[in-house]
Design a protein around this ligand. Structure first.
Ligand code: ADP
Ligand code: MG
Length: 270
């Protein structure tokens, strides 16, 4: 199968089993979004799929090839990952960071090329980071820093892009811009995008395929319309909600219950 396929995957941190005998298929050329409560194992699963972590058991295939048998640079040419809360070395500029995305494409024969330069500039433009190129990553706001890291991942120019909470720290406008950018990369260039998102409603708008992770396993996987139900939200997020339709996109829209003001209360006080 093309895309990513993992079978009987398990991982433990010390004695604590976090991923338990899990099977997953990530379709090629689609956007897959992992959802689930805090600490359920989304980041661990994403890092396993990018080979940043070694499974306790099980296998992962990337386009039919055993991931653990591939060379490091070969993996990096096909798959880029933005981990959760990455740290840049002190004093590193945005440009230097983004240039690191080109590292897998270089060797002693092929030094820095015009193509590398173009990919870096394109990534800076796409994330609106060109004007910050000379700034130190450390000196940026949380949102600008996040965009700098996304630029690095884009510069790597891989068919598969894994992103762990790419919209965290971003204001609403930049959240939508980053998701639109990833959507466009998928639509126009058929890149496979796999990301962790916390916003269930944005996840439903952008995902072809939702993977709900819960209790070391996959609770459900499929199209947002098929997967997102009150029952899923109750089981996976321990929350009561109402599911309606996003008025713009027709995708599922989750309205959480809670103790906020309700219409009756607001009406009574007017
Ligand atoms: N390096 C680590 N060592 C030990 N436990 C970890 C480590 N990383 C994560 N965990 C634990 O594994 C569980 C899953 O973490 P994580 O995959 O980061 O969850 P999520 O991304 O869904 O919030 C959590 O209970 C977390 O505390
Ligand atoms: Mg996480």
């Amino acid at each position: 199968m093309r895309g990513i396929e993992a079978n009987a995957l398990s991982l433990a941190y010390g004695e604590a089993l976090i991923i338990d005998n899990l099977d997953i298929k990530i379709p090629k050329g689609e956007i897959t979004v992992f959802i689930g409560g805090n600490g359920c194992g989304k980041s661990t699963l994403l890092r396993l799929l990018a080979r940043l972590l070694k499974p306790k058991s099980g296998s992962i295939l990337l386009d039919g090839l055993m991931l653990n048998k591939m060379g490091t640079k070969d993996v990096a040419k096909q798959l880029a990952i933005l981990p959760q809360g990455p740290d840049a070395p002190k004093g590193l500029s945005v440009l230097q960071l983004v240039k690191q995305g080109r590292y897998p494409h270089q060797n002693w024969l092929k030094q820095w090329s015009r193509e590398d330069e173009e990919k870096v500039n394109k990534a800076l433009e796409a994330t609106q980071m060109t004007e910050y190129a000379e700034r130190e990553v450390d000196s940026l706001s949380g949102g600008q820093r996040q965009r700098a890291w996304i630029a690095m991942v884009l510069a790597q120019d891989t068919d598969t892009i894994l992103l762990d909470e790419p919209t965290t720290y971003l204001d609403m406008t930049h959240q939508i811009e980053i998701l639109d950018l990833l959507f466009e990369l998928n639509e126009k260039e058929k890149r496979t995008i796999v990301m962790v998102l916390h916003d269930l409603n944005l996840a439903c708008r952008y995902a072809h395929n939702i993977v709900a992770v819960q209790d070391k396993k996959i609770f459900a996987q499929g199209k947002p319309e098929e997967v997102i139900t009150c029952n899923l939200v109750k089981k996976v997020f321990k929350m009561e909600c109402q599911i309606t339709k996003d008025p713009l996109f027709g995708t599922p829209l989750c309205i959480p219950f809670g103790k906020g003001r309700c219409i009756a209360e607001v009406g009574a006080s007017n």
